[in-house]
Write a protein that binds this ligand. Structure first.
Ligand code: GDP
Length: 434
């Protein structure tokens, strides 16, 4: 997908989801926004005040709508912006968009183009853009919480501090290069630089650590159901997804050996994985399925080992890890020994099981998360690597080059410098109108 972002165009798009609704919002951004608003709605209201206007196209009334405008420098995109709050009918929106298409210099916005303009105008940095994309995608409370922190600048603030520290360290090193031939070269430079490196390493390492939690919150924790055939895995999965709102699985690439159901468990996105492939067989194809299912169970955040009155527990084969749960299923048929008992039939014990799962995962999600994407982790890890190469007593020129590299990486993180393909990748995932 290629982008033709021309700053001088005025763009417009429906900002609300397509389809019937009480209200639909059409947004216009760019130098011609207010003129276009005036052409179809009459005199514009004061900035940031809603006003009722009758919209017209070619002498015909389109709708009565609330309109609002924002001045350049005081809008989401940084440009002049107008919004039309229409009655949310498909034809109303279509006719409004048609009317706008007739205005000189206006063209439909591409996906993410409003946000791209906000980035270009410095209204948001790249981490905030990523946070905003996640906020729109957030389906659970934990996802919303992380996304809103990042979109309002929690990662940007940390990166800003690190960047300032790297610039100070660079200045110190460069000053001592200048003084190197003189008698009064600053002697405590090495100690000061070392302190700054220590600070940056600690901050970055902590950030990389919590990003793993952030990625889990963004993509969902995975809980594997492990048990022999007929122990009740799929029944349990059905009972859980019937009780909790099943959310659209954010994870692609599932194999047919593994059945996944994504749920909102106490605000945490949790994907339950039924190891269909663990139904062992002599068949070579199924053996491959078993191997894959085993890997999936191993990589899960939590494993539930199932046994029931009529089916013995499978040999956990070293899969069991601290924090995992044993679950006695079909408890309506008889009692057994396990961490928890549940009946998918009577639903006894289901709430307790879900509470326990939420509790175990929540303790891992408690870290205050301010980064959530692998793009961010990769850049931060490279910066840690750069810093680790600034060894004490190393040639000052090399230290200087490493600090410059760290500053470049931090700039890349917040999007001050960036390649068009990274931006294209991020913006292509935005929906139309954002
Ligand atoms: P899976 O092969 O592990 O997915 O097991 P299933 O969920 O297909 O269940 C195997 C059999 O056990 C089916 O006949 C289910 O109806 C039965 N079953 C599953 N859960 C319960 C339960 O809670 N109570 C009772 N009585 N039967 C159950």
């Amino acid at each position: 997908m290629s982008y033709d972002f021309d700053d001088h165009d005025t763009i417009y798009s429906q900002a609300t989801a397509p389809g019937k609704a009480g209200v639909a919002i059409v947004r216009i951004s760019g130098p011609g926004a207010i003129e276009a608003l005036t052409a179809i709605a009459g005199p514009p209201p004061e900035p940031r005040y809603l006003a009722l206007r009758r919209l017209r196209d070619q002498e015909e009334v389109i709708d009565d709508a609330l309109v609002v405008r924002f001045d350049p420098g005081a809008s989401f995109t940084g440009e002049a912006v107008a919004e039309l709050h229409l009655h949310g009918g498909v034809a109303v929106v279509a006719r409004t968009l048609a009317a706008l298409s007739r205005q000189p210099g206006l063209r439909p916005a591409s996906a993410g183009e409003f946000t791209r303009r906000a980035l270009d105008a410095g209204r948001l940095d790249l981490t905030q853009v990523e946070g905003l994309a996640d906020l729109i995608d957030a389906e659970t409370e934990a996802q919303r919480r992380v996304a809103v922190a990042i979109s309002t600048g929690s990662l940007s603030a940390t990166v800003e501090k690190l960047r300032a520290s790297a610039i100070e360290a660079l200045a110190l090193v460069e000053a001592s290069i200048d003084f190197a031939d003189e008698d009064d070269a600053p002697e405590d430079v090495a100690a000061e630089v070392g302190e700054r490196i220590g600070y940056m390493m600690r901050e970055l390492t902590a950030l990389v650590g919590v990003t793993k939690v952030g990625e889990r919150i963004r993509d969902g924790f995975r809980v594997a159901l492990v048990g022999a055939p007929n122990v009740g895995k799929s029944s349990l999965l059905n009972a859980i997804s019937g009780k909790e709102a099943a959310i659209e699985s954010p994870i692609a690439g599932t194999t047919r050996d593994v059945i996944e159901v994504a749920c909102d468990i106490g605000g945490l996105p949790v994907t339950f994985v039924d190891m269909a492939g663990l139904r062992a067989s002599d068949n070579a194809v199924e053996a491959e399925g078993v191997r894959r299912a085993f890997r999936v169970a191993e990589d899960a955040d939590l494993r539930l080992f199932l046994s029931s009155p009529d089916v013995a527990a499978v040999d956990a084969n070293g899969l069991f890890r601290e924090g995992d749960l044993t679950v006695w299923t079909k408890s309506d048929l008889g009692a057994g020994i396990a961490d928890l008992s549940v009946s998918s039939l009577s639903r006894d014990g289901l709430t307790e099981l879900l509470d326990e799962i939420a509790e175990r995962l929540r303790s891992r999600a408690m870290a205050s998360v301010s980064a959530s994407r692998s793009r961010q982790t990769i850049i931060m890890s490279k910066a840690i690597d750069d810093l680790s190469h600034v060894a004490p007593g190393e040639a000052l020129e090399i230290a200087s080059a490493n600090f410059r590299a760290v500053i470049d990486r931090l700039d890349e993180l917040i999007g001050v410098v960036g390649t068009e393909d990274v931006l294209g990748e991020i913006f292509s995932r935005f929906c139309m109108g954002k």
